[in-house]
Design a protein around this ligand. Structure first.
Ligand code: PLP
Length: 635
């Protein structure tokens, strides 16, 4: 099949079915909030609810205790590398869940907010209920601190087994979930769903808020007092101070960085690590007998081990450093794909893929005569397991899926999808470019064959990324680029190749960026990815609600499971134009097709405005965004 024959995502695929019971909010209410008076999506089928079962499987923790087994550089290399100050400290707990829950408006207030859309010109100050939608005090240090729950509620919200700040020994790659919180593996609680996952009602007196309960409902039996602990709180103001660029002024306004899906800003810890590396450790790696080569090799390979722990891989040999997600996908398509796929074999993608998870497969399909099949999405931007199952056939050899859609924020149920694909004998690559910065990911518990992400979207430098591959698969794969570092022995007649990961790292690697990525991972582990997820979940709910209540705004992508992204269009101002207007207010968002044109096509759009979140964003910034969009639409 040629590129031009690759089926269009919507037309060639099984139609969207209207099966499955509605989850959480009913469709009528959802439509009122999300369609926001703009009418139906062009060419869209009837709204549909997910057919996926509740994703309540318990998370497994990383096998941190398992050693990397990496024989290379640290053995046989001097350990005299200058130790970098600032080794990871235990993760900070997110203690103000209670605060957040109390800040999330109740269903009635959301309905009222939606009703406000009928009143064009309603000012920002027009809130349906000042009690229901408080003026985001979260970012206010004074209020924030004073709202820290009393010890008993802190104990209830805290992990039952925690690490104290003074504790020695290895740091868990991701802190355990608070004992009273249920969350499905690798994703966040549903935004548009209040159906109980646990089957247990919220505790008496617990508020039944629209977004967060009962998924976060306190289970009475889990409320036993936890051991006393001392930790740093997750304080977004603290976090912000770690990112010098957030002090920057743009067009005379304080920068509001809401373009995190494109790239993330860098904490001082990463900047300092790079300065230290280039000031005290820099050399090419692996090959020289001198001290700096040893230091540099230690720094580079310890970054690999950090990444291994961060994503829960079984060994550092399964971590291949690449330039980014794009290169990782190209590597797998070129190496695994050319060896194991042939004429008539099928590669399954979802409609929500970034171009970098489409085009490399088109190259492969053209080269080997394989066929690309595409899983559709619903009008809310969900990928249904039933549609996925229908797209797989006996010819399916490879499945490549985004973990989180960069255009809509949808979290795909990748663990279930991987299970299904494996049962059909297919291998699976997960594009984690938009996932790893938002919530804990464990590649072993997902059972992903390959997992890819980019350092620059994870608060690290650009030009570095990661391809995780199961060792048994990497071992079977041929090199895809030839050069130094990837060989065992070279003669003019024949060459033999190094074991993975070196086999896939031809030439001099992005050494500094890799070291910087290691520092970014340290930084995130210090905060705790579960804390990041908790903060962002509340922020995403807040942003969704703030934008949905603006007259003339229509949200694109309202799947029940989302992370990081709120995409929208307006009835008056084209997306690119809105991006420029927001920029004048110092608010950086992306406006365009987000390198996801098939997703845009699905919704009959050319572009959306896409504010995207990260751990350092605040409720205040969302308020600014809401005000700026309202102002623009009122002109
Ligand atoms: N996949 C997704 C989901 C993305 O969002 C992106 C970048 O936006 C990529 C892949 C490509 O990442 P990179 O350009 O860092 O290779």
């Amino acid at each position: 099949m040629t590129t031009s024959e690759v089926p269009a995502p919507v037309s060639v695929l099984p139609g969207v079915t209207a099966t499955g019971a509605p989850r959480g909010i009913d469709d009528a209410t959802l439509d009122r909030i999300t369609s926001n008076l703009l009418g139906p999506i062009p060419g869209a089928a009837a709204p549909e609810s997910a057919g996926t079962a509740a994703l309540t499987a318990a998370r497994t923790t990383s096998p941190l205790a398992s050693t990397s087994g990496l024989p290379g550089p640290t053995a046989g290399v001097s350990s005299a590398a200058t130790p970098f100050p600032g080794a990871p400290i235990p993760a900070a707990p997110y203690l103000d869940e209670a605060i957040h829950q109390s800040q999330i408006p109740a269903p009635a207030s959301i309905a009222a907010a939606a009703a406000q859309t009928a009143a064009p010109g309603a000012a920002t100050s027009v809130a349906p209920s000042s009690a229901a939608i408080p003026a985001s005090p979260y970012f206010d240090a004074g209020i924030h601190q004073s709202q820290i729950p009393a010890p008993s509620s802190v104990a209830a919200a805290a992990p039952a087994t925690g690490i104290t700040e003074a504790a020695a020994g290895p740091i868990d790659w991701s802190p355990p979930l608070p004992a009273n919180v249920e969350i499905h593996d690798g994703s966040l609680p549903r935004l548009f769903d209040d159906a109980p996952l646990s089957g247990k009602p919220p505790q008496d007196g617990a508020p039944s808020y629209y977004f967060l309960t009962p998924i976060l409902a306190t289970r009475p039996e889990a409320a036993a007092p936890a051991a006393p602990f001392q930790r740093r709180l997750f304080d977004v103001n603290d976090i912000r101070r770690d990112f010098p660029i957030l002090e920057e002024r743009v067009h005379g306004k304080r920068l509001v960085w809401l373009d995190n899906a494109a790239t993330t800003q860098k904490p001082q810890a990463v900047i300092d690590r790079l300065v230290h590396y280039y000031s005290h450790e820099y050399s090419n790696v692996h090959r020289a007998a001198h001290e700096l080569a040893a230091r540099s090799t230690d720094a580079y390979e310890s970054a690999r081990e950090k990444v291994q722990r961060f994503i829960g891989a079984g060994s550092a040999e399964e971590i291949v450093f690449v330039r980014g997600t794009t290169e990782a996908v190209n590597l797998v398509a070129a190496s695994y794909g050319r060896k194991f796929l042939g004429e008539g074999d099928e590669i399954v993608l979802s409609t929500l893929e970034h171009h970098s998870n489409i085009v490399p497969w088109q190259f492969l399909a053209e080269q080997v005569g394989a066929v690309i099949r595409v899983v559709p999405v619903t009008d809310r931007g969900e990928v249904l397991l039933s549609d996925f199952e229908r797209t797989l056939t006996t010819r399916t050899k490879f499945v490549s899926l985004t973990h989180v859609s960069n255009a809509l924020g949808t979290i795909l149920p990748v663990r279930e999808m991987i299970d299904i694909a494996h049962r059909r004998g297919a291998k699976v690559l997960i594009d984690g470019a938009q996932a790893v910065s938002h919530f804990p990911v464990n590649v072993q518990s997902l059972d992903a064959d390959f997992y890819a992400f980019s350092g620059h979207k994870l608060f690290g430098p650009s030009a570095i990324g990661v391809l995780y591959g199961k060792k048994a698969l990497l071992d079977e794969m041929p090199p895809w680029q030839g050069g130094g570092n990837m060989i065992q022995r070279v003669t003019f007649e024949h060459s033999t190749f190094a074991d993975p990961p070196s086999r896939f790292e031809a030439g001099t690697a992005a050494l500094g960026p890799a070291v910087g990525l290691g520092a970014a991972v340290d930084y995130l582990e210090r905060i705790g990815m579960q804390n990041v997820a908790t903060h962002e979940r509340a922020l995403l709910a807040y942003a969704t609600e703030a934008l949905a209540r603006i007259p003339g705004v229509r949200l694109i992508g309202t799947a029940p499971e989302k992370a990081g992204v709120v995409s929208f269009i307006t009835d008056k101002i084209p997306a690119e134009e809105m991006g420029k207007i927001l920029d004048q207010d110092g608010i950086a968002v992306r406006a365009g097709h987000h390198c996801a044109q098939p997703t845009m096509d699905r919704f009959g759009l050319e572009a959306t405005v896409r504010p995207s979140l990260a751990l350092y964003n605040t409720h205040d910034e969302i308020d600014q965004l809401e005000r700026a969009v309202r102002r623009a639409l009122q002109k």
